[in-house]
Design a protein around this ligand. Structure first.
Ligand SMILES: [Zn+2]
Length: 512
């Protein structure tokens, strides 16, 4: 053991001698294939950064809720069409769903892209204190304004490389509405849109530049329970009435008691959509919207217990459980390790953007306001994230990307731009998702997405690794949708809210 340091020194010298050196003696950069260099160069052009930065900011301003993303979806689809992609719109029963395709034949590489906002989060861009554009209006509190934008930029860069180098294969952008209400992907899969896709590059805005693999997040049932009762004068003859609101409240009480007896991974939350219109009329109609979340294994059992709470509410209040409408139902994410390893190499190749002093100052001001550590924006990309397993797995958020991971090898590139310490689904993330940090972050993301797509198009041995892992995994995890066969997309769910705020937002932000 004594001579270990000397032995280690020899090993280091040997390893160093194997690292390629450039003419001036510095370690040479890894050789980049010409096809990959084309996508990186195209995305590095200042006009490319600006074009897609402006698209991201424009979608941020529209702040359109799920299935109401008419302007956002059109802007992205038009941009891809103008770049030579064949665009199909209004797919899978959703007016704002599109698929943009370039090239032909195998391999087929899919890029996922989201563009919906969240209710109640309106906030001025790059303002470090809560300050809504329009009080109560929606806002981009999850960075989706930058996400389909990054996928579109990456896809067009890949097209440039396909043209320049005569590459074979197909690249597809899946314009996926309503991720925040986890609606689109199970319907898109059911409509056959992903048939023949060999691998999928997903992306999400983040505070890190990172990727990961394994099982993550929760499966989910999104369901609206509607009760029917009888109206009457709430004071004059209450004994005649049967309150549908009572049914909702009894259901909610039962569900809240149920919570105690669920596993650690579970999540259960609801909002009351309809609860009557005046206290002096017994409400004959009420409805409540539930998110029921658990692991893939635990979801259906938990969901049945919540349905039983609804039945109990109806029975106790003497009303009728008139409808149980599943808006969507999705799986956990099962990210492919080989895909994540490939994406990680490209994340490291691209590297963290250089942040300006002004960007760091904004980040620190926001961190101060939130009581978070005043560390500014990160300087380095993150290592690959292994999955949490066993007792470490405590559930969490959900994404309908989960269903995609079960029909094609998929992993997610998380690209930077968010301020560490900013809170998801909160005004602070809306503030951070606008302007130069978002422009740089989505551009870095687009480079990693495009470079990964190029690897999958040009290196059959890399794609084969993803496919082999996926096919092996599918034997124990075959795709069986949770989405009921008769479910239809809730296209009008957010219509009223968007009708209320669209004009106000456009006026406040002077959107033409
Ligand atoms: Zn999101």
């Amino acid at each position: 053991m004594k001579n270990k340091p000397a032995a280690l020194g020899i090993v280091i010298l040997l390893v160093l001698s194997l690292v390629p050196r450039s003419a001036n003696g510095a370690p040479a950069k890894p050789r980049i294939a010409k096809e990959k260099q084309t996508v990186l160069d195209w995305l590095a052009k200042p006009e490319t950064v600006e074009t897609f930065g402006k698209i991201s900011d424009e979608i941020w301003g529209y702040a359109e809720l799920g299935l109401q993303e008419f302007r956002s979806s059109k802007l992205l689809a038009d941009t891809l069409e103008a770049a030579g992609f064949k665009v199909e719109r209004g797919l899978a029963g959703m007016p704002t769903c599109f698929v943009a395709t370039y090239g032909s034949g195998k391999p087929v590489i899919g890029l996922l892209g989201e563009f919906d906002a969240l209710p109640m989060l309106s906030q001025k861009g790059r303002a470090a204190k809560k300050d809504p554009v329009v009080e109560g209006a929606p806002g981009h509190g999850c960075g989706h304004n930058a996400m389909c934008t990054a996928a579109a930029a990456a896809a067009i860069a890949v097209k440039e490389a396909m043209v320049a180098h005569g590459l074979k294969g197909t690249v597809k952008v899946f314009g996926s509405p309503a991720e925040e209400i986890v609606v689109s992907r199970p319907y898109m899969i059911r409509a056959g849109l992903f048939e023949g896709v060999d691998a999928v590059v997903d992306n999400h805005a983040s505070q890190d530049f990172s990727t990961g693999y394994g099982v993550d997040g929760n499966a989910l049932f999104s369901t609206v329970f509607t009760f029917k009762g009888k109206t009457s004068h709430a004071a004059g003859a209450p004994w005649v009435g049967r309150s549908a609101l009572d049914a909702v409240e009894i259901m909610d009480v039962a569900a809240n008691f149920l919570r105690e007896h669920l596993n650690l991974a579970s999540r259960l939350h609801y909002v009351i959509l309809e609860g009557g219109e005046a206290p002096n009329v017994v409400p004959d109609r009420a409805s409540v919207w539930y998110y029921v979340r658990n692991t893939d294994e635990g979801l259906e059992d938990m969901y049945q217990r919540v349905v039983n709470c609804a039945k109990a509410g109806a029975l106790a209040s003497g009303t009728e459980l008139a409808s149980v409408r599943v808006l969507s139902a999705i799986h956990q994410r099962h990210a492919n390790k080989a895909a994540a390893e490939l994406f990680q190499k490209n994340i490291e190749l691209v590297g963290m953007p250089a942040w300006s002093e002004e960007e760091q100052a904004f980040a620190k001001a926001l961190q101060k306001e939130l009581g978070a550590k005043e560390e500014g924006l990160p300087a380095k990309v993150s290592p690959i994230e292994p999955p949490r397993t066993g007792r470490d797995f405590v559930g969490g958020g959900s994404s309908d990307v989960g269903d995609v991971t079960l029909i094609a090898p998929t992993a997610t590139i998380q690209f930077p731009g968010w301020v560490p310490g900013a809170i998801g689904h909160h005004w602070s993330t809306v503030a951070a998702g606008y302007g130069s940090t978002a422009w740089k972050g989505l551009n870095a993301g687009a480079k990693a997405i495009a470079a990964s797509a190029i690897d999958l198009l040009t290196k059959p041995e890399e794609l084969a690794k993803l496919r082999k892992e996926f096919e092996e995994y599918s034997k124990t995890h075959p795709y069986k949708p949770f989405l009921p066969a008769d479910a239809t997309p809730p296209n009008d769910l957010n219509k009223e809210l968007m009708d209320k705020y669209r004009g106000l937002l456009e006026k406040a932000l002077e959107i033409k």
